[in-house]
Design a protein around this ligand. Structure first.
Ligand code: 13P
Length: 233
């Protein structure tokens, strides 16, 4: 199975100039790397049309096809501009009120449009402390994937590990990934995300059974991100 390394730039950087410079540096740094690695870049929407030469993903899409939905972008619009993946159900969006039901509707539209969804699931610190981690993961997966038969990518991102430097331990990650595997099709790629850096990335791929990584903060530093991609070689 090909490893999948995904850069989630979130709401960064502030200018197209910086976006192009970061993208070019990554492109140059990973040129000629093992063809067994897929690298997907997920910049903010407005930079998608400016960046060429690597696989692109979006960070969200809407669950209707077109019409009076001010500020929203459809899955088909993304597909029509050459985007191949879309991150859905990120905890930063769930925190703004996105529900499993809405995420499921987005997955349906993404699949219909021919995009590969990267569905994010993960427990909060309080879920873990109350011993509810597996219950939360199972509910998120079952509700978000309801009725979906197409191939999707799952990203296990414990909420407490995101942007905190407190990355999930390898054994704990393995346990969660093994648990998630019970609810998804054979061959589904399961990524780990949460404070991934070039000095911890390899352990998730080699020891925790992750098929790839979803990288936030470290993807804004070309050298770090290239190091992460190289750790998957
Ligand atoms: P960090 O790598 O900054 O912890 O973010 C992870 C993430 O949310 C990727 O989607």
């Amino acid at each position: 199975m090909k490893s999948l390394i995904v850069a989630n730039w979130k709401m960064n950087p502030e200018s197209a100039k910086e976006a192009k410079a970061l993208f070019s540096a990554v492109k140059k740094g990973i040129a000629g790397l093992n063809k067994k690695i897929d690298v997907v870049m997920c910049p903010p929407y407005e930079y998608l049309g400016l960046l060429k030469g690597l696989i692109l993903g979006a960070q969200n899409c809407f669950y209707e096809e077109k019409g009076a939905y001010t500020g929203e972008i459809s899955a088909l619009m993304l597909k029509n501009m050459g985007v191949e993946y879309v991150i859905l159900g990120h905890s930063e969006r769930r925190r703004m009120g996105e529900t499993d039901e809405q995420i499921n509707k987005k997955l349906v539209k993404a699949v219909q449009a021919g995009l590969t969804p990267i569905l994010c699931v993960g427990e909060k610190k309080e879920d873990k402390d109350r011993g509810k981690k597996q219950e939360v993961l199972e509910a998120q997966i079952k509700q978000c994937l309801g009725g979906i038969t197409a191939d999707v990518v799952i990203a296990y991102e414990p909420v407490w590990a995101i942007g905190t430097g407190d990355n999930c331990g390898v054994d704990e990650t393995k346990e969660s990934i093994d648990f998630i595997r019970k609810f998804v099709k054979t061959g589904t790629r399961i990524l780990y995300g949460g404070s991934v850096k070039s000095d911890n990335s390899g352990s998730y791929l080699k020891e925790a059974g992750a098929n790839g990584l979803l990288v936030g903060g470290a993807s804004l530093n070309a050298k770090e991100f290239i190091g992460i991609v190289k750790s998957a070689e």
